[in-house]
Design a protein around this ligand. Sequence first.
Ligand code: ADP
Ligand code: MG
Length: 784
Amino acid sequence: EKNDKDVKEEMHKKEDCKPAVFIPVDRLPEIQEARLRLPILAEEQVIMEAVREKECVVLCGETGSGKTTQVPQFLYEAGYASSGGIIGVTEPRRVAAISMSHRVATEMNLPSGVVSYQIRYEGNVTENTKIKFMTDGVLLKEIQKDFLLQKYSVVIIDEAHERSVYTDILIGLLSRIVPLRNKKGLPMKLIIMSATLRVEDFTENKRLFRTPPPVIKVEARQFAVTVHFNKRTPVDNYTGEAFRKICKIHRMLPPGGILVFLTGQAEVHSVCRRLRKAFPYRPHREHTGTQTHLSKRAKKKKNMSLPRINLDSYSALPVDEGDEDRQAGIDDNDNEGSDLELGDHPDSDHEEKADPSIPLYVLPLYSLLAPEQQAKVFSPPPTGARLCVVATNVAETSLTIPGIKYVVDCGRVKKRFYDRVTGVSSFKVTWISQASANQRAGRAGRTEPGHCYRLYSSAVFGDFSLFSEAEITRRPVDDLVLQMKDLNIEKVVNFPFPTPPSSEVLISAEQLLISLGALEEPPRRGRLGEMERARLSCPITPLGRAMAAFPVAPRYAKMLALGRQQGCMPYIITIVAAMTVREIFEDYDRPAGSEEENTKMAGKKARCVQMRRLWAGQGQSVQLGDLMVLLGAVGACEFAGCTHQFCEENGLRYKAMLEIRRLRGQLTNADGSSDSVSGAVFTFASDSTPLLDDPVFIHPSSALHKTLPEFVVYQEIMETTKMYMRGVCAVQAEWIPKLLPQYCHFSAPEESPAPWFCPLSGRVKCHQQSTFYRVSWKLPAIEM
Ligand code: ADP
Ligand code: MG
């Protein structure tokens, strides 16, 4: 039996199809065997020829055809990582960057220092790295340091069909970088990979590529999938419906793995729990990976149900943020879930009776799940058991789970929405697109003919949009605009976006950046049209450059710039780090467990509430609120050496604290590298205030709940049952005239005490009294 290496060496000898270079890879026989079954192997020569001839190639292939794992290997073998440059692969999700780098390292039989990954805080890149998997945000940051990306000989943009914002921007930038590199005699290749055939936004976009890049299709050996629609569409209880469907499949249908698509982490866990109760599965505990922990405790309390630690991560608000897989913020910023997860054991009390002779091996899968837990879905289930993966849309295209014959599709997805007018964010569950539904169904036909059960009617399916819209159309772009300005792309409207955001969105982003002081004010003169245009090409200020150096959203970056100026940088870094890492507190308001469990949890909660009050400044004259709680929590934790025990005792999420620590390090370094502006003086922003008609509330979990601060600042408004402010901090009235004089109206003492409105300046002058919006209060005398 010839292995791939022999075949290639033979090819190498034959003059007609001689690859330019051939770097041998010593794969294990079983890996080689599995590789040869992948459809993409048959296309290797076509792909590599296209790559050799063209600057940019688009590659489409069904999920599981081998794009992510094999194309980097083709390139490696063809010498693309042997003459100085390396092979870079971007992924929109951290999960994929980590797990694919591990997989490729294993397949190539190379150490992880050669096939590495880099995500926002962590990575294993070394000097020997030849193939580097990273999140798209990481590569965008690298472009800021070196526009020509001279480190790379090839960049692969993976999962382009997902249309994540950074992926879109990267394609726009690379469409310029690659020709520039080649012109300078530093050859570079771009490969865009997509799981769907819908690539016109890239290929037919004349602003991106003057000559459309070739599109190579990989024909996957896809088996027939029979689609079954529900007669009725459940209005909201689709998790219950999914559970019933899984039970039915498991009881009545022949062997074959089940893959269930739900929308978020909480739903995944709830269905997993119910399934484990219905089909208790005990004999193979070693597969749960929590064996030692379980057995220790099990010895102590026999037959007692085990405490479930942080099944669903804490959120300051009662929202199920679930599986906001994608990145938010300027770098990849999706929160890591807790790995304290003990949910992988079968619950001992079973409500629903079922035939225990049929083992069902239930595994959750979502992007925040710890990598070790995620990796389980790739190994075959224990002998005789049926695999059932309960997943979010991370399983739609990012990860291919072997052995799936049945797909249960709830037809929904959770997305973050942002209201441009009000500035309110919310997570909403919405219908997926027809393209997504078909992707999901396709997961059932990878190894044999399969079935897809759609928990909605064919009429509802008919109303789905054909394709999912690009993320850039439903999210603010202030961070992107700042990054572009930092790359000296002044006229952002002219940027070759695969899908351009509306000029309204771009204008409001520039407006925000101007008010933060990151962009220069446009000249006030000129007609409206001219002003509009001027506003869309404001150059970046030194402050803007300093802000762009920080891997956080512009508002936070401004806080950092001000923090430096006010001489409280370490504190501001800590607060910003803690604000960008969501869910730093454990959630003690989880659904009820056993009585004992509840008592224990109530005790913990009481202690944590007390600690948070302390951190909020209880007993001190000034109570600032949530940001001080963050500062106090991180400070206390660090003082205690950032131990697991301290976190556990004080209701802090250990993993979040470690993440904050890493981000603090990163922000401190970024601060050092932007010293160029340290002499400049910046003013506080005069942010355009969102136009909210409805009242907003301080959330019960806030340290300021039930206090009545006159003025507050907030991190963001999240809409759940009400409009709740997140990250609330009280503002003392006397700070306002000092820090935000632009909102105040002052008068000289000699003027009449009656307020006098000056229409030109738009300010009201008053004596020793200041009006802030419509509220008046006595102003302490200040130096002006
Ligand atoms: P694509 O990118 O085209 O969706 P991939 O390259 O991700 O395809 O996957 C190719 C094959 O490799 C699939 O059959 C998948 O099941 C397998 N695979 C990927 N990652 C792993 C892993 N960690 N362990 C075992 N098999 C894997
Ligand atoms: Mg892939």
